[in-house]
Design a protein around this ligand. Structure first.
Ligand SMILES: *Cc1c(COP(=O)(O)O)cnc(C)c1O
Length: 360
């Protein structure tokens, strides 16, 4: 059986050339007689893998020298706790809640301090991004938190919030490396890599050095301190060696395609094909206000749960996988991350058009 067009929200499609390169190296990495899976993380050869991965990521994102790059286990979810544990100095943070992931992050942060929800789009099931130009930012807020691309609801910011001088923290899990970002606009950017980059079980944290504190409460677990990772080159303990290796391959692959400007162009083109069809369709409609539509996650519905289920079954039978929408939105969701080829989106749209004609 060949490969399917996999529209999963995560873990998600990987670039085929990267998978093929890994397959070649999986038994014997470059003549060293062992797999990367079997290697000591303290070996010279592994040190080179992690160093190159970091250097290529810095290059891709143009990360300034005063930011550290940390490879941390526990996925994005552990960051929901690590961020407040490490950054809450005054014990206060302002959260903008635009969907399931920022809501989870806010409730986790409440365990460690005072959390103000300064804006929310819950009133319309998170189908838009609220106006963030003049928020009631707390004078004592240690940071302002956003989820920049809400994977489940399919929304994204087209303008960063006005934090009134406070540090901006962003969960970029489902948009990581999908477009250029100006790292200096943020105090901390992080993402679980299994949406747009690599295998699950790894978060990449990009943090401004002056935010890495040593004077933390004693309860903070050693592993959960940013300084633990920063002072030990992300190798205080055994890191997720395999995931870091695969991410490194993807960084090189993205560079070969022309970097993040090129990805942005391709991603806009891909998303436009799908959104243009949805806007012209009589059967389907997108669930998000146009100006806040994600380029990565595209939820759409027929308005009838039974019809939705029939379409999902038909897409699966036709070789398009994982198009069932999240239960909180219903309908369908196409996740079209970096690794989804434009042919996959075109083929899906052709299929949906045909389905619509036949079921009119
Ligand atoms: C998937 C996802 C998470 C959770 O990631 P885990 O690695 O499973 O912990 C958090 N935030 C966003 C935006 C996500 O898409």
């Amino acid at each position: 059986m060949g490969r399917v067009f996999n529209f999963s929200a995560g873990p998600a499609m990987m670039p085929l050339p990267v998978l093929e390169e890994i397959a070649k190296e999986v038994v014997d990495y470059r003549g060293c007689g062992m797999s990367v899976m079997e290697m000591s993380h303290r070996s010279k050869i592994y040190q080179q893998i992690i160093d190159e991965a970091e250097a290529d990521l810095r290059d891709l994102m143009k990360i300034p020298d005063n930011y550290k790059v940390l490879f941390v286990q526990g996925g994005a979810t552990l960051e929901f706790a690590m961020i407040p544990m490490n950054l809450m100095k005054n014990g206060v943070a302002d959260y903008i809640v635009t969907g399931a992931w920022s809501k989870k992050a806010a409730s986790e942060a409440k365990k460690y301090g005072k959390v103000n929800i300064v804006a929310s789009s819950e009133d319309r099931n998170y189908s838009y991004i609220p106006d963030c130009s003049d928020l009631p930012i707390d004078d004592d807020a240690d940071y302002v938190y956003i989820c920049e691309n809400e994977t489940i609801h399919g929304t994204t910011y087209n303008k960063l919030p006005n934090t009134k001088g406070k540090v901006l923290v962003a969960d970029q899990s489902s948009m990581f490396l999908s477009k250029p970002v100006n790292v200096s606009d943020y105090g901390l950017i992080y993402g679980g890599v299994q949406k747009n980059v690599g295998p699950a079980g790894l978060a990449i944290v990009i943090i401004r050095e002056d935010l890495i504190r040593e004077d933390l409460p004693a309860f903070v677990p050693t592993y959960c301190r940013f300084d633990t990772h920063a002072n030990n080159g992300s190798m205080y303990n055994t890191p997720n060696c395999w995931a870091i290796y695969v991410c490194g391959k993807v960084f090189k692959y993205l560079k070969s395609l022309g970097g993040l400007e090129a990805m942005d162009k391709i991603n806009k083109e891909k998303a436009a094909i799908l959104y243009d069809y949805l806007d012209s369709s009589k059967l389907f409609k997108g669930t998000v206000d146009k100006e806040f539509r994600s380029l990565m996650n595209v939820p759409f519905v027929t308005g009838d749960a039974d019809k939705d289920a029939a379409v999902v079954a038909a897409t699966k039978a036709a070789g398009f996988d994982n198009l069932k929408g999240h239960r909180s939105v219903g309908g369908l969701r196409a996740s079209i991350y970096n690794a989804m080829p434009i042919e996959g989106v075109k083929a899906l749209v052709d299929f949906l058009k045909k389905y619509e004609d036949e079921n009119a």
